[in-house]
Unconditional design. Structure first.
Ligand code: AKG
Length: 341
């Protein structure tokens, strides 16, 4: 496989980033984020994993030596319980707002930058095929604006054996590609684009790609956990998916539980005053609660709608949606005491 084309952070400028994203669908910026900031987050994550028995006890947690007996992945209840602890870390969220990331993302999306509020942490056990994320396009799951960008950020050096990402160059030029309707996986044989590229991605490097760029993880064949973040960014005046602001998959997670141990108020509900435009809109969501094809999706839409009501202040929602939400949910437009929700 060909190697990534990359650039050192000191040479990055707006024209380069835009033209690489335009022509290749990705840009790999080397030595972009300061090591101390990455290490601070990694330390907090590995402490959780060590306390949970995911790491071998006879080695330093920062080595991330995986305990094979604890191996689990995203769909396992054991994973979800530990992941929630990681997700609740204040540093996990502030990392997505790192000034360097904001700066480069503004080059791509302009001044109206929306940092998606739910970054994803990847905690990938080694030598487990079922945990490898296969080829897909983020837009299928993320929804909203196609011009949404992902920054993939390993929290330690990630040579080939730790399973860094691979990218299909130029694949973002072909719209949404044929994918398995249940899993969103695109067969590598049929994927449209130029050629697959890959290579080591190290702590501090940022791999940034477009929402339609086909990409895939490579298998982690090492003996260590691979720990990385993926954070998403878009223009807030473009449509965004309301599911990205709430917790549609679970009944007991909320922003209040996420924020319970945070020291600073700065990033809580940071999107609160942004004039977001939802797609599906509140009206569409209200219809989907009754008309979506499957019971699973009807329940999901219902959760999104009710969590928006509970968790988001009405001034977040665009004019049209406010009227619709307040009449349907019988809420006053300016609810006293709602500012902190
Ligand atoms: O880190 C991984 O294994 C997958 C990440 C990914 O697919 C993404 O960032 O969209």
């Amino acid at each position: 496989m060909e190697s990534f084309r990359d650039i050192d952070a000191s040479h990055v400028d707006s024209a380069y980033v835009k033209s690489e994203l335009d022509s290749r669908g990705y840009v790999l910026i080397r030595q972009f984020l300061p090591f101390e900031d990455i290490e601070n987050l990694l330390r907090q994550i590995v402490q959780i994993l060590s306390d949970e028995g995911w790491l071998l006890p006879n080695q330093h947690p920062m080595v991330r030596a995986a305990n094979p007996k604890a191996a689990c992945g995203e769909s396992d209840p054991a994973f979800k319980r530990v992941y929630e602890k990681v997700f609740n870390l204040e540093a996990f969220h502030s990392f997505a707002h790192h000034p360097k990331l904001r700066e480069v993302m503004r080059l791509l999306v302009g001044p109206k930058l929306l940092v998606h509020p739910k970054p994803i942490g990847r905690l990938i056990f080694p030598n487990c095929d079922r945990f490898v994320i296969h080829a897909h396009q983020d837009h299928l799951a993320v929804g909203g604006d196609t011009d949404c960008f992902t920054a993939w950020l390993p929290l330690h050096d990630c040579p080939a054996e730790l399973g860094p990402l691979q990218v299909l160059e130029g694949s973002h030029h072909f719209g949404l590609q044929d994918a398995d309707p249940d899993t969103g996986v695109i067969s590598r044989d049929n994927a449209r684009g130029r050629e697959w590229v890959s290579g080591a991605i190290n702590a501090g490097d940022a791999l940034i790609f477009h929402g339609l760029t086909v990409h895939s993880a490579s298998p982690n064949t090492s003996s260590q956990l691979r720990i990385s973040m993926d954070c998403r960014f878009q223009d807030y005046s473009h449509v965004s998916n309301p599911a990205n602001f709430v917790f549609p998959g679970s009944n007991d997670r909320s922003w209040e539980s996420t924020y319970a141990h945070w020291l600073s108020e700065d990033l809580k509900y940071f999107w609160k005053h942004l004039p977001l435009k939802f797609k599906p809109s509140i009206d569409e969501l209200t219809t989907l609660v009754n008309t979506a094809d499957s019971e699973r999706m009807r329940v999901r839409y219902n959760r999104i709608l009710s969590q928006i009501k509970l968790q988001m202040p009405l001034d977040v929602i665009s004019e049209v949606d406010q009227v619709s939400l307040s009449s349907r949910l019988a809420l006053p437009q300016n609810r006293p005491g709602h500012e902190r929700l």
